[in-house]
Structure formats: structure tokens, C-alpha cells
Design a binder for this molecule. Structure first.
Ligand code: NDP
Length: 338
């Protein structure tokens, strides 16, 4: 059973060499009798920025740190191959928490849900119809309180979460601009994902001036994925009664001492509501999300970009790539094609 192990706690941006591929113990491909567990073959694994937070020795967050020397964990799509649990049978496809390894024994069935195979690609259950898609859905509808014709700005806009936020806002009748870190991503935002405008923030010497160019009338909604200088510039450009949904701050993840944010005074003068959220607080909305977003996809109203790297061994470099913007769309690792 090949596995990806975290070598030790890390500092700074994640590197490929922070993890290693190991040949785990030879295992019987069966679930132990009387355990209530089931054995899965992992098909697709998800690379998510939040996993960086589990790679340091800090216990105050909403998830415990990984244990150095142990298998990395994350969201995945897997196939049940043996089961001692009456609710899961061989052949079932499941998505949820699993290990970065070829086969995983699942002792906490509540951390996975069954996937009903249909025309939707299985890997979408860790992307468009998985945690990142759900984050976009609840972040946009529950936190941004959007209204038709509003001016919406999304950062890390071509990523797993951002690309769906922008498309939902367009379908909702808003004007949508996204920022991303390469001209290829900017092109995809404008020509494939239907954003009204997009720009490469790395080529803008003055982010405030760039935002004034794209939003001469100001921003009603900012969907925040990156933090730092971009948030400071947005705060100078919010409209009265605007909303800022703090989804993530990927530029701060690798800092031991994240920077303070300037320009907060504008929250008062413009009466802006800035709110952080965790998708896991909204799980009661998951069935409705699956129904709504699944339908939009089947009707051809939304599209979803994935960046699939082949083989379990590609996991560490695919994960590290999230922090330099190497991924174009949702970063997935394909471990096996069923
Ligand atoms: P992405 O697929 O967007 O990948 C990360 C992207 O972030 C990179 O491709 C890169 O794009 C951008 N990036 C990396 N480093 C920096 C930097 N220093 N400055 C600016 N941009 C950077 O990731 P996700 O869509 O999965 O996640 C987006 C955000 O949402 C993250 O902050 C994540 O932590 C957060 N999140 C929050 C959840 C919640 O419940 N609150 C749940 C899920 C995700 P580019 O080329 O554009 O720079």
C-alpha cells in the first residue's frame, strides 16, 4: 500500500520534499470482521490550501495537526472494495475524508457520503460538488447577501472556490471581475468562465488603481480568498453597505506572523460588513447545494476547470503548487481510474 507521509512540521511555503512516498505495510484487502469499518481504493485526492494549517504544531485550530511520520489526510473520492459495515457495500463510490494512500481502512463512516454515479465526473465530488464548491455556494448566498446588478470582485478567481463564486454571481445577474496570477488564468476567466473582466494582479504595480479601473463605481461584494495587499486595496474601494466574505487568506498561510491589515477604517465610513465563515457550519445546506449546482452543471449553465495530476507520487508537488499558483483550476491527484 503506497502512502504519502508528512516528514515533519514545516515552516514557510510547502515544498514537494516536505512529504515522501513510502511503501506501507503489506495489507490484506479486507475490512476486519467485527470492526464496522470498510476498505476503500482511493481514486481521486483533493489538494486544498487548508491542509497547510495541519502541517504545523498548532492545536488551536478547527482541525488537529497531522502527525509527522503518518499518512497525510484529506478529501477524496474512493471505491469500497470490502466492508464490515451494512451501509456500505463493495462497489459503492464514496467521497469524504480519506488517506493519501492507495487503500484506506475507514473507521469513521460519518466522514464520508455515498455518491450516486451519473453523468457527472467522479472527481467533481472533491471540487465542483465537493467541499470547495460548497464553500463557494454558502459563501456567496449565505455570507455575501447578494442582490441582482451588484458589483462583485473575486480573488484567486480561477481556483477551486473562486471559479464557482464568479459563475454563481453571473447567473445571479451581477457584474463580476476576478483576479488571478497568470495571463492564461485571466484568459480562462474571461473566455471560458464568463467573468465580465479579469486581471493579473502580479502585473499591477498599484492594486488600488487597478480596482478603480475595473470598478469606477466601487465594489458591493468582495469574495476574499487571498488576504494581504489585495484586501487592503479592496477596502479602499468598497461601496456603502458593501459585504466582504472572508473565505480564506492563502497569502498568509505560510507566514509565522501574518501581517496586520490596513484601511479598516473604511468599514466604518462605508458601513461595510466583513465576515469570516467556515463551510462546515452550513452542512445542513449540503443536499440543496448538490441539487442546485448539480442541475446547473447538467443544464450546461456552469463549467468547472480541473488540474489533474497523475499518480499518488505526484501529490506532494501538486499540493505545493497551490502556494505558487501552479494549479489552473481545482487541483486533483488521480490515484487510480476505478
Ligand atoms: P485555489 O484552487 O484557488 O488555489 C490556490 C490559489 O491561490 C493559487 O492557484 C494561486 O492562484 C492563489 N495564491 C497562492 N498564493 C498566493 C499569494 N501569496 N497571493 C495571492 N494569491 C495566491 O484554492 P481553493 O479555491 O481551494 O481555496 C481558495 C481559498 O479558499 C483559500 O484561501 C482557502 O483556504 C479558502 N477556503 C476556505 C474555506 C472555508 O470554509 N472558509 C473552505 C475552502 C477553502 P493565482 O495564480 O491566482 O495566484
Amino acid at each position: 500500500n503506497k502512502q504519502i507521509i508528512l516528514k515533519g512540521y514545516i515552516e514557510g511555503a510547502p515544498k514537494e520534499t516536505d512529504m515522501e512516498l513510502k511503501l506501507g505495510k503489506k495489507m490484506k484487502l479486507e475490512a476486519p470482521k467485527g470492526s464496522g469499518a470498510f476498505l476503500v481504493k482511493n481514486l481521486y485526492l483533493s489538494c486544498d490550501p487548508y491542509m497547510r494549517a495541519r502541517m504545523r504544531d498548532f492545536h488551536g485550530s478547527y482541525l488537529p495537526p497531522f502527525v509527522p511520520g503518518s499518512v497525510v489526510e484529506g478529501f477524496g473520492v474512493s471505491k469500497v472494495v470490502d466492508s464490515d459495515n451494512p451501509n456500505f457495500k463493495p462497489g459503492d463510490i464514496v467521497s469524504g475524508f480519506t488517506g493519501w494512500e492507495e487503500y484506506s481502512l475507514i473507521y469513521k463512516p460519518e466522514q464520508l457520503r455515498k455518491v450516486q454515479p451519473d453523468t457527472i465526473p467522479l472527481s467533481y465530488y472533491i471540487g465542483l460538488l465537493g467541499m470547495p464548491g460548497f464553500t463557494a455556494y454558502v459563501g456567496y448566498y449565505e455570507i455575501c447577501a447578494p442582490k441582482k446588478n451588484e458589483y462583485v470582485f473575486v480573488s484567486a478567481a480561477s481556483g477551486a472556490v473562486g471559479q464557482l463564486v464568479g459563475q454563481l454571481a453571473k447567473l445571479h445577474g451581477c457584474y463580476v471581475v476576478g483576479s488571478a496570477g497568470t495571463s492564461q488564468k485571466v484568459d480562462l476567466l474571461k473566455n471560458k468562465l464568463g467573468f465580465d473582466e479579469a486581471f493579473n494582479y502580479k502585473e499591477e504595480p498599484d492594486l488600488d488603481a487597478a480596482l478603480k479601473r475595473y470598478f469606477p463605481q466601487g465594489i458591493d461584494i468582495y469574495f476574499e480568498n487571498v488576504g494581504g495587499a489585495m484586501l487592503e486595496a479592496v477596502l479602499l474601494n468598497m461601496r456603502v453597505h458593501g459585504r466582504v466574505a472572508i473565505c480564506g487568506m492563502v497569502s498568509q498561510h505560510s507566514m509565522t506572523d501574518p501581517q496586520g491589515i490596513r484601511n479598516l477604517f473604511n468599514l466604518i465610513t462605508k458601513r461595510v460588513r466583513m465576515q469570516g465563515f467556515l463551510q462546515s457550519d452550513f452542512l445542513h445546506l449540503y443536499p440543496k447545494f448538490l441539487e442546485d449546482v448539480g442541475c446547473l452543471y447538467k443544464q450546461g449553465k456552469i463549467t468547472y476547470l480541473e488540474d489533474i495530476s497523475e499518480g499518488l507520487e505526484s501529490g506532494p508537488s501538486a499540493f505545493a503548487g497551490l502556494f505558487s499558483g501552479k494549479n489552473i483550476g481545482k487541483q486533483v491527484v488521480c490515484v487510480a481510474h476505478e
